[in-house]
Design a protein around this ligand. Structure first.
Ligand code: NAP
Length: 287
């Protein structure tokens, strides 16, 4: 392997430690510890694991864990009422509705009840609009985590060719917007893109979030490019991403592994967003 390995686990640890220090400073300066309300509906095992990790790391960073759990057969009005209660509660700095919600619920309508200033997942229409307009707001955690990895690696983005594979509301679109805000020349590829490999080969920075194991191989990577793999797939050989890691690592300049790349960054950025939300709500300077 010739590419540099981008260690997301280490970078995420550093982000969480920084958040923990800043939470302690906020409290020492007379502020209130940020509170994160994770809302889990039902008992999907994968969602339970994600929420448990978020709560544990939230507590480790000195924040209040204000978790709420609702049964899987709860009705829309009850969830809406809970979100309204959390929105009005000054102890709650951030609200995270764990997705997916059960099929009988309207997730869009529920997300719409979360006030933009408490939307620590950055998924409301209001925050997506602020991002699209290049204005300050809470950013979606996974793409924000990719930006933090690129910054830590000192990857030059201004004027660079960036290609994002995937255009989901959760990852691809906000990823492209964040790269654009950093002055990259951004191309978004998706399932209708003709000759994906040729498009990807333009990239100095290639971010792959397609949800297809091994979609991007060495033939799609410009020598020396930075390749970030957002995909996560549970296979018999363990976790793997959307990128053919071993082959791409022979061509790329730097590459994220799966696991240990983007994954750990997502929760770290959730904690950073919760701290940002709390400092803004408490009228204190945020950075
Ligand atoms: P998604 O909503 O399914 O979106 C996938 C995107 O990829 C779509 O825009 C789709 O295009 C595009 N696509 C599908 N097949 C393609 C192909 N053959 N060539 C080019 N583009 C193609 O998925 P997502 O929520 O963005 O997640 C993507 C991956 O990231 C998943 O593996 C997910 O598990 C992972 N993920 C990881 C984290 C993390 O913390 N590391 C967080 C979120 C997601 P169309 O729009 O044309 O259909």
């Amino acid at each position: 392997m010739t590419a540099r390995l981008i260690d997301g686990t280490a970078v995420a640890r550093g982000v969480r430690a920084d958040v923990g220090r800043r939470v302690a400073e906020l409290v020492a300066a007379g502020g209130t510890a940020p509170g994160l309300a994770t809302v889990l509906i039902g008992d999907d095992p994968a969602s339970e694991v994600y929420v448990r990790n978020k709560r544990r790391l939230c507590t480790e960073a000195g924040m209040a864990d204000l978790h709420r759990h609702l049964p899987g057969d709860v009705d829309q009005a009850t969830v809406a009422a809970l979100l309204d209660e959390l929105a009005a509660d000054p102890a709650v700095s951030g609200i995270l509705l764990q997705l997916p919600v059960p099929a009988h619920l309207d997730a869009e309508a529920l997300l719409g009840r979360i006030p933009a200033e408490k939307d620590v997942d950055g998924l409301t229409t209001a925050n997506a609009g602020l991002l699209a307009q290049g204005r300050p707001g809470l950013r979606p955690c996974t793409p924000a985590g990719v930006m933090a990895l690129l910054a830590e690696q000192e990857v030059a983005l201004s004027g660079a060719e960036a290609v994002v594979v995937g255009r989901s509301v959760l990852v691809g679109r906000p990823m492209a917007q964040l790269l654009l805000a950093a002055d990259a020349t951004v191309t978004i590829a998706h399932s209708r893109t003709r000759d994906l490999a040729a498009v990807c080969r333009r990239a100095d920075v290639l971010v792959v979030a397609a949800g297809i194991p091994g979609l991007v191989g060495a033939d799609a990577v410009k020598p020396g490019a930075t390749v970030v793999d957002v995909g996560i797939h549970r296979t018999e050989q363990g976790l793997r991403g959307d990128v053919e890691f071993a082959a791409v690592a022979e061509v790329a300049g730097a590459v994220t592994p799966v696991p240990g790349g983007v994954g750990p960054m997502t929760i770290a950025m959730l904690l950073a967003n919760t701290l940002t939300a709390a400092t803004v709500q408490q009228g204190r300077p945020s950075r």
